[in-house]
Design a protein around this ligand. Structure first.
Ligand SMILES: NC(=O)c1ccc[n+]([C@@H]2O[C@H](COP(=O)([O-])OP(=O)(O)OC[C@H]3O[C@@H](n4cnc5c(N)ncnc54)[C@H](O)[C@@H]3O)[C@@H](O)[C@H]2O)c1
Length: 411
């Protein structure tokens, strides 16, 4: 199988968790780094022993890389993904997929037309709760889906100021005021990746922000967004209901569970709180505390962690597997390496590189990613109309002759 040359676009904070994994994967031939900030680029190249670097995405597109992994600021994901696909490169992109419907439609069109691999790096897809629920849903233990909820509680003070200031310079507020529902995928994927349905209708409300940092105000950000917290209720295509909370101004110590999910079915239910997770069926005997199986270890020593990161981001960037993670499918070389976001990083890298090698659709392919992202874009529209119920466009399915990757298959 042909080994892959992979360009990493953006060597800010997050991609540093991924560079060593891309380098170590047995199907990778070379990793090339790109960033607009020369000193950041040089420092990263030295730290990771990378020989080839590019001063921009444009320059990276001129190289012979097979694929690009995009870790730039969130509002740039759509345009850079389109640029890469138009240049004939396969794409991995951090979430969200894009910040408007036109960009998402163009990405789907390009992926289908050119048969390029596109994968969205949705960390929640490999969260222990999602893995546990997917497994039990497939076995029929939930029965019919009734209601699911996913939330992303991340107060601005928990590392977000630094994250936005890192690349935003004096204008950092222009992007920090991103509407919360434009970043819904950590939450929506927790429910939709389990049930396989899509959201069809949404009604959403927002909370107008009053904080004195003036991030969420008309004129302060690119979207004239005034909401720091948004809650959406959605109808799903299987007849069920889903509630999504995207909160950026909330008194919640997200060290325990900043991204909880719960899912209720006609036969069984799963519930997650800050204190842990439980499964229950209709009978008392079925009630089970599954917290121990889903708890992720902290991976690296404090020495390896970046002390400039807020403790919440330290936890995010250095959490390892839980007992529910299928580690046997990972390349052996990954075991013991840095992991992150509840053990998900290694699985995401493995999925993408295996998809490149096999040309099969990754699990979080463009159509799956659109299913997670589009409901939030429409939800924000609904919030602007004070909760008016709106239809969510159906972005369709992958072509039927394109096989889905089985990540357990040895390649
Ligand atoms: N759980 C998750 O999935 C998760 C967690 C953290 C961050 N993220 C996402 O990852 C992305 C990156 O976050 P970050 O904190 O590392 O951001 P960052 O601001 O620290 O880094 C972004 C880098 O991209 C570079 N860049 C921008 N445009 C470029 C271009 N055209 N060519 C080359 N380089 C370019 C910037 O110079 C910067 O160094 C964000 O979109 C964020 O939302 C996702």
């Amino acid at each position: 199988m042909k080994k892959q040359k992979i360009g990493i676009c953006g060597v800010g904070t997050f991609s540093r968790c991924f560079v060593p994994l891309f380098q170590a994967h047995p199907l990778t031939q070379e990793v090339v780094l790109a960033d607009l900030v020369p000193e950041r680029l040089k420092e990263a190249a030295d730290a990771f022993g990378v020989k080839r670097t590019c001063g921009s995405m444009d320059e990276l597109m001129e190289t012979d890389v097979d694929a690009v992994a995009i870790f730039v600021q969130r509002h740039l994901h759509g345009p850079l993904t389109i640029q890469a696909l138009e240049a004939g490169k396969n794409v991995y992109c951090a979430v969200p997929m894009a910040s408007n419907l036109e960009e998402i439609r163009r990405i789907l069109e390009l992926v289908e037309e050119k048969r390029l691999i596109y994968m969205n790096g949705e960390t929640s897809y490999y969260y222990p709760s999602a893995l546990y629920c997917r497994d039990r849903f497939r076995k029929g233990d939930f029965g019919d889906f009734v209601f699911g909820e996913g939330a992303y509680y991340h107060d601005m003070s928990h590392g977000f100021y630094r994250a936005f200031q890192h690349s935003g310079g004096a204008n950092w507020k222009r992007v920090a005021g991103f509407p919360p529902m434009y970043y819904p995928t950590h939450s929506t994927s927790l429910v939709l990746s389990v049930t396989g349905a899509r959201a069809t209708h949404v009604s959403c409300l927002g909370v107008r922000d009053h904080a004195d940092d003036h991030v969420f105000e008309v004129g302060a950000n690119e979207w004239d967004n005034v909401f720091s917290n948004e809650t959406a209720l959605m109808r799903t295509s299987d007849g069920g209901m889903m509630r999504i909370n995207e909160f950026r101004r909330v008194g919640w110590w997200s060290q325990i569970s900043g991204n909880p999910m719960s899912l209720y079915g006609t036969k069984g239910s799963f519930e997650e709180t800050a204190f842990g997770q439980c499964w229950t069926g209709l009978e008392k005997e079925e009630l089970k505390d599954v917290t121990g199986d889903l708890r992720c270890a902290r991976h690296v020593s404090a020495k390896q962690a970046d002390e400039n990161l807020h403790e919440v981001l330290q936890r995010d960037f250095h959490s390892d597997y839980s007992k529910s993670h299928p580690t046997q499918r990972l390349p052996e070389v990954f075991i013991g390496m840095q992991n992150g976001h509840m053990g998900s990083h290694q699985f995401l890298v493995d999925d993408f590189v295996k998809s490149l090698g096999t040309k099969k659709l990754p699990l979080v392919n463009a159509w799956e990613a659109a299913k997670y992202c589009v409901p939030g874009l429409i939800a924000h529209e609904s919030a602007l109309r004070n909760g008016e119920q709106m239809e969510i466009p159906d972005t369709g399915h992958p072509p039927s002759d394109w096989d889905l990757l089985d990540p357990n298959e040895s390649v």
